[in-house]
Design a binder for this molecule. Sequence first.
Ligand SMILES: [Zn+2]
Length: 344
Amino acid sequence: MENLSLENFIKGIPKAELHLHIEGTFEPELMFEIAERNNTKIDYSSVEELKSAYNFNNLQEFLNIYYTGAKVLQKEEDFYDLTWAYFLKAKEDNIIHTEIMFDPQTHTERGIPFDVVINGISKAQEKAKLELGITSKLIMSFLRHLDQNSAFEVYKNYEKHKEKIDAVGLDSSEVGNPPILFSQIFSKAKNDGLKITVHAGEEGPPEYVWQALDILNVHRIDHGNRSLEDVNLINRIAQQQIALTVCPLSNLKLKVVRDLKEHPLKKMLDLGIKVTVNSDDPAYFGGYINENFLATAKAINLTKEDIYKLIKNSFDASFVCDSHKKQMFERLEKYYSKTNFIYK
Ligand SMILES: [Zn+2]
């Protein structure tokens, strides 16, 4: 048995990421580089000034900056560069499979064609599979601060890009925009055979999680923290093994939790919930997936078994076929049986 530091144990363990917004991986350096080559202006004068604005009191304050940053993206190569930069980071973190969300409306609403967005992302996905050995799925997410008609409008592109899109999601400002408002578009997507994953219970009440389950018929819940306020809901999620894609550093940055020591991840595991660890919008929240694991492990003393379980959950809750899951489980087992860590 090889004994590693916690950091190296986390670094080496093969893992999957299930909650990641590609626009949220936009690092300030790349943002300035792309802005310059496209002759676009950013509202901030330097990388440092932009970074210092990454101080949020809630989801909406973050979203305002996030949408400003996304405006820089205009050409197919911009979307390709953004996605490729994430894959390189994913390789460093030993991610072997990732399920990426993108927000087409953030771009189509400002006149960027859907094809430009998806083709750029998709080319990076293909290259990552060939050159980095990282598989991926793509989740087309609807912005809930826009209405269902707008979601239907963007959904018209699905037919043309069927092979590239695996699932649909729902994100952006949660409070006041409950899942029920989007029941028809998700019903349509379900009929088309797409998987469904919806942000619920991050800032919104448990009622939104119920709606996601009962009305949108989701396969996964993104975040879901506030489910813990409703014991019947916890039981339902645990019994049906609905995965929650939890994002600890995001929760900290957006003040969903005051301190990582108070993070409910361990409690969720103990309740038998299929919980996973993810980075959400890592460029804005101070850490990619390994940093999320490391900071949380230190804060709430995750054991080797906890880390193993969290990663196994993410393979299990992924949208890949059973034989692909089996391959990932085997890689995890191999590492787990040979490697240990010590808290220092
Ligand atoms: Zn998210």
